[in-house]
Design a protein around this ligand. Structure first.
Ligand SMILES: [Zn+2]
Ligand SMILES: [Zn+2]
Length: 332
């Protein structure tokens, strides 16, 4: 193809304003993990709340639906209606406020929506009730779009399941299991997830305090995505209410111990809780790095929205801009 014809084709596509799904890479890795949101309830424009995409073969699995997960999928040119199944770790709002958006916006008949089959959702006790109640809450939108735009009824239905720990999903060689984790006595059950595909294993901690069950589940994992809380000790002294936040999460030293025991090929922080005596403007990378390295030699990555990880013979990390990233290690 001449350069000129190619230019004309690109020009035509731009003129048409075409929104087409991303092209497949030349040689697909076994699993690709993309951080759609790495934050907490804080409504920051640069760090959305918790959501992780795991692509395994033809399956696109989304874990947690925090604020902005639809926007991140749009940025990745992945249609909302193309998500195979959704998994919720627990019912804190920063993990589910994006669910109604994913559900209803994904139903709209455009290249970025177009769900024609029920939205598959797995989550802890209360998930089915939540989807039933959402259906009632949005009854008018559903009625209007059905009568007016004639979108298929199946696309706005839920196929929701309240899960228990153990295997929850199996399709086309992909397996997802839930492990119970300890996010505090009022937040039971809370789950982490283990995804297995093509002999590879990805583990997602969910929100949790230090819990040895995660280290056990992640033994020999290719990728362990773990939450962390880095709150300055001085702030907890000055403002004891921060103790309650800290008590629901894992400190960098504790996460390092989990990583050291599990020894995954790569560890990644996502759902990064941070606060200090003075308001902290961004993830405190230095404190998080030093405190983690006090109990774990690496390799690990401090996650940011839209970072991705490919898992195959190699495990590689990429920034939001697609550039390769070098994980943090005690020995450079
Ligand atoms: Zn959370
Ligand atoms: Zn939580």
């Amino acid at each position: 193809m001449t350069r000129q014809i190619w230019k004309l084709m690109v020009g035509a596509a731009l003129l048409a304003g075409a929104w087409t799904p991303a092209m497949a890479a030349d040689k697909a890795p076994d699993i690709r993990v993309t951080l759609l949101g790495t934050g907490t309830p804080t409504p920051r424009p640069d760090i959305y709340s918790m959501s992780t995409l795991v692509e395994a073969g033809d399956q696109k699995l989304v874990f947690d639906l925090g604020r902005g997960s639809t926007i991140r999928l749009f940025e990745k040119k992945i249609p909302l209606g193309a998500i195979t199944a959704h998994f919720i770790t627990h019912l804190h709002s920063d993990h589910i406020v994006g669910l109604p958006d994913m559900w209803l916006t994904g139903w709209i008949g455009t290249p970025w929506g177009s769900r024609k089959t029920p939205m598959v959702v797995f989550g802890p006790k209360g998930t089915v009730a939540m989807t039933d109640n959402l259906t009632k809450a949005f009854a008018e939108d559903i009625r209007i779009r059905t009568e007016d735009e004639h979108f298929p009824a199946a696309g706005v239905a839920f196929a929701a399941t309240d899960i228990t720990a153990g295997p929850v999903y199996e399709k086309d060689g992909g397996k997802v299991s839930a492990i119970e984790v300890n996010h505090g006595e009022h937040i039971r059950p809370a789950y982490g997830y283990v995804v297995e595909y093509a002999g590879r294993k990805v583990v997602l901690s969910g929100d949790t305090k230090y819990d040895a069950r995660i280290a056990a589940a992640a033994k020999g994992a290719d990728l362990l995505v773990h939450e962390v809380s880095v709150i300055e000790p001085e702030l907890i002294k000055a403002r004891p209410e921060y103790r309650a936040i800290e008590d629901h999460h894992t400190s960098p030293e504790e996460a390092g111990r989990i990583f050291a025991t599990a020894s995954p090929r790569l560890a990644v922080y996502s759902h990064i809780v941070f606060a200090g005596v003075k308001p902290i403007q961004d993830v405190p990378v230095q404190a998080l790095t030093e405190r983690t390295l006090s109990t774990y030699k690496g390799p690990f990555v401090i996650g940011r929205d839209l970072m991705s990880f490919t898992i195959g013979d190699k495990v590689e990390a990429f920034g939001a801009d697609g550039a390769a990233l070098k994980p943090i290690s005690a020995t450079p």
